[in-house]
Design a protein around this ligand. Structure first.
Ligand SMILES: Cc1cc2nc3c(=O)[nH]c(=O)nc-3n(C[C@H](O)[C@H](O)[C@H](O)COP(=O)(O)O)c2cc1C
Length: 302
């Protein structure tokens, strides 16, 4: 078995690296640039029941530290998505995870059922989307569980629930989605943030508040992984937030993650998985680690 092989419960991955949703387009568009065989899985940008136009510009700002985006989950809707992309999924050299989003519970189930029918390997449930009251599902344990339960009833595929570090405590949401049928959790999505330009007095995003990602959120995501590992033992975790280096992958795994997603770093370095894979192997060789799974939850307490 490859030293990089890992698993999320009964679901096996050839590498702990996962391409995070929204940072590699539909996956298919990026396959010309990125060698997806280096990833255990690649996640498509979230898809809704109907097309969403997204917010008007400005909706992204790289900023001096981290990245702020308020794209509004622009997507073509599931039927158009299937028409454009479904026939190309088989040719990709890694598992493709569908990502589903909606403003109501039934919408999540509808997209999950349609996406499952075209050959994705798993369904990721993007709970950071606002519900009809404008509140992200991910902040409410009961609502998040309701969404996952509806997706569970719509598909037999493995389900990953993508949580938010803005949820306090995140462990309560993690336990609720596990009870509702999630096979693993992704910890976590962007954290909410905003910026205002002191010269123009204009907010950086037309939608005012958006999702903050990249290096500055890594300690927040690591904290969330530690909390979920401690409070919901046995629930597999995909760590996510600010990963751009092999050391960051190791850090997430030591905290308890079984796999680790790379997001915003793709915008600066699309082929980043090549360097991370090489350095991960080097790290393991130097320390005589024969399987990357030895790292999971293996941090040394003080
Ligand atoms: C421009 C952009 C678009 C994103 N779109 C999605 C999306 O459609 N669905 C989703 O679940 N997460 C989305 N995300 C969140 C990422 O998948 C990831 O969880 C987050 O950026 C934290 O990881 P990072 O710090 O490595 O970027 C998006 C992030 C960015 C920066």
């Amino acid at each position: 078995m490859s030293p990089l092989a890992t698993a999320l419960g009964a679901y096996s991955l050839s590498s702990p690296l996962v391409a995070a949703s929204g940072t590699v387009g539909s996956v298919i568009d990026f396959a010309k640039v990125i060698d997806f065989s280096l990833y255990g899985a690649a996640t498509v940008k979230s898809v809704a029941p109907e097309s969403w136009p997204g917010r008007k510009p400005p909706r992204i700002t790289p900023g001096e530290i981290g990245m702020l985006n308020g794209i509004g989950i622009q997507n073509p809707g599931i039927d158009a998505w299937i028409e454009t992309h479904a026939s190309s999924l088989d040719a990709l050299p890694t598992d493709v995870w569908g990502s589903v989003v909606a403003h109501d519970v039934a919408g999540f189930a509808e997209v999950a059922a349609k996406m499952a029918s075209v050959g994705v390997a798993a369904i990721e449930v993007n709970l950071s989307c606002p519900n009809l009251d404008g509140v992200p599902f991910a902040l409410d344990a009961m609502l998040s569980a309701e969404v996952v339960r509806s997706v569970r009833s719509a598909t037999g595929l493995p389900i990953g629930a993508k949580l938010s570090s803005d949820a306090q405590p995140i462990s309560r949401v993690a336990a609720a989605v596990q009870n509702a049928g999630a096979d693993w959790v992704v910890v976590s999505n962007t954290v909410m943030g905003a910026r205002i330009d002191p010269d123009t007095r204009k907010p950086a995003l037309s939608g005012l508040i958006g999702g903050y990602s990249g290096a500055p959120i890594r300690p927040i995501a690591i904290k969330s992984v530690l909390e979920v590992t401690r409070d919901v033992p046995g629930l597999p975790i995909v760590g996510c937030g600010g990963v751009s280096h092999a050391d960051h992958v190791v850090e997430f795994m030591l905290a308890g993650a079984s796999a680790v997603a790379i997001g915003s770093a793709h915008f600066k370095t699309p082929r980043i998985a090549r360097r991370i894979t090489r350095d991960l192997k080097r790290y393991m060789r130097r320390r005589k680690i024969s399987s990357i799974t030895e790292l999971i939850g293996a941090f040394e307490p003080w």
